[in-house]
Design a protein around this ligand. Structure first.
Ligand SMILES: [Zn+2]
Length: 158
């Protein structure tokens, strides 16, 4: 999986970072998005827009638009949060140890703008065995049809 071209993409990501002040984020995001993505909040289960969503398309970071998860990697975890087997590219996520609430979890955030997305657990189904448990509020969905209408024949640089 880890090829030289992927390393090159990591570089690309590093140069393409999105930095905004707290005030700028507060203006851009809804209060719920701000709380989840900038204050590392967790939306209540079974309440978000995407946990039951099955359309074909791409889930992007709601903060900066970075492509994060494909509908193909989504599965029904029964938790009430959107759950994925893997991101479209590992370099699009940053992982951090999270020891809050007396638990040892791994937090995942957008590697481009630093938005908190959710957590990854190692109790997912095959083939990855991983369960990326992501807040709906941190995701913006782009239907596949829309991408085709944009006339992008080749895979877009997400
Ligand atoms: Zn982002």
């Amino acid at each position: 999986m880890h090829t030289l071209s992927q390393e090159a993409r990591v570089e690309e990501v590093m140069h393409d970072r999105v930095y905004k002040t707290d005030d700028e984020w507060r203006q851009q995001l809804t209060p719920e998005q701000y709380w989840v993505m900038r204050k590392r909040g967790t939306e209540p289960p079974f309440t978000g827009a995407w946990w039951e969503h099955k359309e074909k398309g791409l889930y992007r970071c709601a903060g900066c638009g970075f492509g994060l998860f494909s509908w193909r990697a989504k599965f029904d975890s029964g938790t009430g949060w959107p759950s994925f087997l893997a991101p479209i590219n590992e370099s699009h996520l940053a992982h951090h140890e999270d020891r809050s609430y007396f638990m040892h979890r791994t937090e995942v955030s957008c590697s481009r703008c630093g938005a908190h997305l959710g957590h990854v657990f190692d109790d997912g189904p095959p083939p990855t065995g991983l369960r990326y448990c992501i807040n709906s509020a941190a995701l913006a969905f782009e239907p596949e049809e829309q991408r085709q209408e944009e006339g992008v024949g080749a895979p877009s640089p997400e």
